[in-house]
Design a protein around this ligand. Structure first.
Ligand SMILES: Nc1ncnc2c1ncn2[C@@H]1O[C@H](COP(=O)(O)OP(=O)(O)OP(=O)(O)O)[C@@H](O)[C@H]1O
Ligand SMILES: [Mg+2]
Length: 261
């Protein structure tokens, strides 16, 4: 059975999609079968993975009950496009609306070791569906003074999902993302988060670099575009795999890291 990770944040532009893109790739290279699911009508993850924009069915069809999850898998990605906005609206009026994704994913559960869910930039129904379907929640946090506030709001939604529909949901941690640790500002935000969430804050943060936007534009991974920066995601992936208890793949990432630093 797959372990499912929802990557979320209270705000937009915190690097969620970029994190899902690269964690998926590192996990795959470490020998895991990984399904990436785009849950954002913007379809950024689908673009980043260079999935055909006309690929059909998509996650919208799955949530609307028009397609099975396995039928919507294209190159180990379930893509999204703008039609997901409409699917989310019609989901709102349905019984069991928070459970829709969870039920749909049972169809692909056996075929994968890990399923990574890329949430949209809000804590609405799609993110709630992701949290109800997930075993683990990973928060992506902007490296700003307001980071703590965003993390606390996202944590409340995680608590809500856990208390009502998904008691088995674990909080995996907080990824400090798009960080410029040369600035006092970022370092203070990191320390303040550390004080509040302790070891839930992943030790390694993701450095800020324009190379990520370039890599997204070219639908290329940072490992191919700027391997020197890729080390950040290798370190984060190593930590995440350790937290998931996936020791053999974690060891492979450690070996790769030893060769690249
Ligand atoms: N480490 C980084 N340094 C600099 N820019 C980054 C970094 N990671 C991602 N970006 C860029 O920041 C923007 C937002 O990143 P991304 O799309 O991953 O965030 P998101 O949280 O998924 O956004 P949204 O909430 O809109 O879905 C993109 O242009 C992306 O290329
Ligand atoms: Mg995104």
């Amino acid at each position: 059975m797959a372990q499912t990770i929802a990557v979320l944040s209270q705000k937009g532009g915190t690097g969620k999609t970029t994190a899902v893109r690269h964690l998926t790739e590192v996990f795959r290279d470490a020998g895991l079968r990984v399904l990436a699911v785009d849950l954002d009508p913007q379809g950024n993850l689908s673009d980043y993975f260079d999935i055909d924009p006309d690929a059909s069915p998509t996650i919208a069809d799955v949530l609307a009950g028009r397609a099975t999850a396995s039928a919507a898998v294209h190159d180990d990605v379930i893509p999204a496009n703008l039609s997901l906005a409409e699917a989310e609206l019609s989901l709102g009026g349905r019984m069991g609306r928070e459970l829709t994704l969870r039920r749909a994913l049972t169809d692909v559960d056996q075929a994968y070791d890990v399923i990574v869910l890329d949430c949209p930039p809000s804590l609405g129904l799609l993110t709630v569906n992701a949290l109800v379907a997930a075993d683990f929640a990973l928060l992506s946090s902007e490296a700003q003074y307001f980071a703590l506030q965003g993390v606390e709001q996202a944590l409340e939604v995680i608590e809500l999902a856990r208390d009502s529909l998904n008691p088995d949901l674990h909080w995996l941690g907080v990824l400090f993302n798009i960080a410029d640790m040369r600035t006092v500002h970022s370092r203070e935000a990191f320390e303040s988060l550390r004080e509040h969430v302790g070891d839930k804050l992943l030790d390694h943060s993701i450095r800020q670099s324009i190379a990520y936007a370039e890599s997204a534009e070219r639908a290329m991974s940072i490992f191919d575009h700027r391997p020197d920066l890729g080390v950040d995601y290798l370190r984060v992936a190593e930590d995440v795999l350790a937290r998931l208890g996936l020791d053999e793949p974690r060891r492979r990432v450690s070996e790769r890291l030893a060769l690249s630093v």
